[in-house]
Design a protein around this ligand. Structure first.
Ligand SMILES: NC(=O)c1ccc[n+]([C@@H]2O[C@H](COP(=O)([O-])OP(=O)(O)OC[C@H]3O[C@@H](n4cnc5c(N)ncnc54)[C@H](OP(=O)(O)O)[C@@H]3O)[C@@H](O)[C@H]2O)c1
Length: 308
């Protein structure tokens, strides 16, 4: 991958003034934040996707079917993905491969050597091995618990082979999050939030920290980088504070894991992936990104303060 250097306008401190950045997935949560941050720092933004982004010019692209027009972009930040935890064999699963793998191949071909920052996920890490401290070398060749994880792992293999910078955030939160918070709130029943297993340590990623990394990473050596807040959180404490910040009065209860496995038959939403997200300690080691000068500057306390 051709690297952008400070003289090209991309550094963590000077921002991206004068650089044209194509952002895919800008109509979504993370891509929208990347597009806004890029525009605020002086970049010209091209939002490449099925729907326009919050800023910049829209270039229409359906990642599942066609190659993208990347306009005159100097740099591509690829946030678009088909996300979700779908039933095996469903059309939504096939869509995940079409977007996350075939769509990535189309994007990399169109980038034609331009720097690409490819937003991946900690879901690529093999969950069969201990993830209480996960560095980038942790295996990602298999074991993922759903088609989302498998298709993200396959997509990032293509991106890495093409010399892209691949970022692996975990559980991105922030204003406008359409995934995590709604899922938590939906699990509250009669003033009780039941959680699988005992309390665990979890890395989370503030959406602003991810956006900062996306804009800084074009100058980093190709490869994979974990992106998370400075410190891991305790699951139960995070959820208690989230519920309180959103005005939801609920107690937290714990369900032993063997019972959760039994309950799966009656509760299809208790997929192996959903349970793993809440019941396994997953802490990302971000030393590799920090060695490039990146620092997470936002945390959950900032977000909760804004919710009040
Ligand atoms: N949120 C998290 O907790 C989290 C954690 C780790 C990694 N990530 C990664 O972060 C990235 C962004 O996720 P997100 O949370 O922002 O999800 P999101 O809000 O659902 O956004 C997904 C984006 O992908 C676009 N997209 C989906 N299918 C497409 C297609 N066929 N053609 C073109 N664009 C398509 C969507 O466009 P439409 O508006 O047209 O649907 C949307 O802009 C993804 O790569 C995801 O794997 C997210």
């Amino acid at each position: 991958m051709a690297r952008l250097h400070a003289t090209d306008g991309v550094t963590p401190t000077t921002g991206v003034t004068g650089v044209t950045i194509a952002v895919t997935g800008a109509s979504g949560f993370c891509g929208g934040e990347v597009a806004r941050a890029a525009a605020a720092r002086g970049a010209e933004v091209l939002c490449v996707g099925r729907r326009p982004g919050p800023v910049g010019r829209h270039l229409s692209w359906d990642a599942a079917t066609e190659p993208p027009d990347l306009g005159g972009a100097d740099l591509v930040v690829h946030c678009a993905a088909a996300v979700g935890d779908h039933p095996p064999g469903s059309p939504a699963e096939a869509e995940q491969y079409a977007v996350n793998v075939a769509g990535t191949a189309r994007l990399l071909a169109a980038a034609a050597g331009r720097p690409v920052v490819w937003v991946s996920s900690a879901s690529v890490y093999d969950p069969r091995l201990d993830r209480s401290r996960v560095a980038e070398e942790h295996p990602s060749a298999g074991g993922q618990l759903n088609a989302y994880g498998r298709s993200k792992a396959a997509g990032e293999r293509l991106a890495l082979a093409a010399g892209a910078v691949v970022l692996r955030p975990r559980a991105v939160y922030g204003t406008g999050d359409p995934h995590l918070l709604p899922r938590v709130l939906a699990r509250v029943r009669r003033g009780l939030l039941l959680l699988p297993g005992a309390d665990v340590s979890l890395s989370l990623t503030a959406v602003q920290n991810l956006a900062d990394a996306c804009l800084a990473a074009a100058g980093w050596p190709p490869g994979a980088y974990n992106i998370a807040d400075a410190e891991p959180y305790r699951r139960d404490e995070v959820l208690r504070r989230l519920l309180a910040a959103h005005g939801v009065r609920a107690r937290i209860g714990h369900v032993p894991l063997p019972l959760v496995r039994l309950a799966r038959r009656r509760s299809p939403e208790l997929t192996p992936y959903a349970v793993d997200q809440l019941a396994s300690s997953v802490v990302l080691d971000t030393a590799k990104a920090r060695a490039q000068g990146w620092r997470p500057t936002h945390d959950l306390a900032d977000y909760l303060a804004r919710c009040r």
